[in-house]
Design a protein around this ligand. Structure first.
Ligand code: MF3
Ligand code: CO
Length: 249
């Protein structure tokens, strides 16, 4: 069953979401070649706790860090550590916050300078693919209208959509029903209704959509080791435009 949130619950989710959004604003201030992925983890943990939240990923299925940092061919679930971020790297940062019993979940992919056209375009199109998916998250549509909007847009640029990982409902739990695939035919799955809260998160690759998991049991990489990008927002379906709860601020 897909849970419908009451307006009071939406406002609590918006509080968690504001903290997530604030993390990305903090990250933009310090992200540059030479910093360690662990520095991002520390910055985010401090920011979340200062704002009365709890990092949601630490300990989730045994995940060992506060955030995920996935570079270039790493798709998602990269574990922060001593690695120094280099020039022209695609750095995907995924953050979850629990506050007052509700979760917010979002990801951004940054490109460190100097700009590299191919990677920049991948990140831009992935962000736009997320926005296409969000645009389809309207009451009266069906779940896979979101999926189709993402896939159709990404593939029109010759990119591929990761199949093995999906978006999800979010709220009192980090992962709730339904699963939200980033590919598929439109018009299938449950009807979308006002008050449903979804984390929509396309992972888009330059090469093959196939992925594998490294020996650390977490880091997902592209099979061909070509770059991948990831954007995610937590949204709520309303009477009109979907509302994004994890906006940068
Ligand atoms: N945004 C990802 C998700 O919702 C992050 C989960 S990472 C984990 O699936 F470490 F918490 F597993
Ligand atoms: Co998520």
């Amino acid at each position: 069953m897909i849970s419908i949130k009451k307006p009071e619950e939406i406002e609590l989710m918006a509080e968690a979401g504001r903290i997530v959004g604030g993390c990305f604003t903090e990250i933009r201030k310090i992200l540059k070649p030479g910093i360690k992925t662990r520095d991002l983890d520390k910055l985010v943990e401090e920011y979340i706790r200062e704002n009365g939240g709890i990092p949601a990923f630490k300990g989730y299925n045994g995940y060992p860090a506060n955030i995920c940092v996935s570079i270039d061919e790493q798709v998602v679930h990269g574990i922060p550590g001593e690695r120094e971020i280099g020039e022209s790297e695609l750095v995907s940062v995924d953050i979850g916050v629990l506050k007052n019993g509700y979760y917010g979940d979002a990801a951004r992919t940054f490109l460190t300078p100097p700009d590299m056209v191919e990677k920049k375009k991948l990140a831009d199109i992935t962000e736009q693919a997320l926005n296409r998916g969000i645009g389809a998250a309207r009451a009266g549509n069906r779940l896979t209208d979101i999926s189709f909007a993402i896939q159709d847009f990404a593939e029109s640029y010759g990119y591929s959509v990761v199949r093995d990982l999906v978006g999800h409902g979010v709220g009192k739990k980090l992962h709730e029903e339904p699963q939200v695939p980033n590919y598929g035919k439109p018009g299938n799955g449950p009807l979308l209704a006002v008050g449903m809260t979804l984390a929509i998160e396309p992972m888009i690759n330059i090469g093959t959509w196939r992925v594998e998991t490294l020996d650390d049991k977490w880091t997902v990489v592209t099979k061909d080791r070509k770059p991948s990008a990831h954007f995610e927002n937590t949204i709520v379906i309303t009477e009109g435009e979907p509302r994004i709860l994890t906006m940068d601020n």
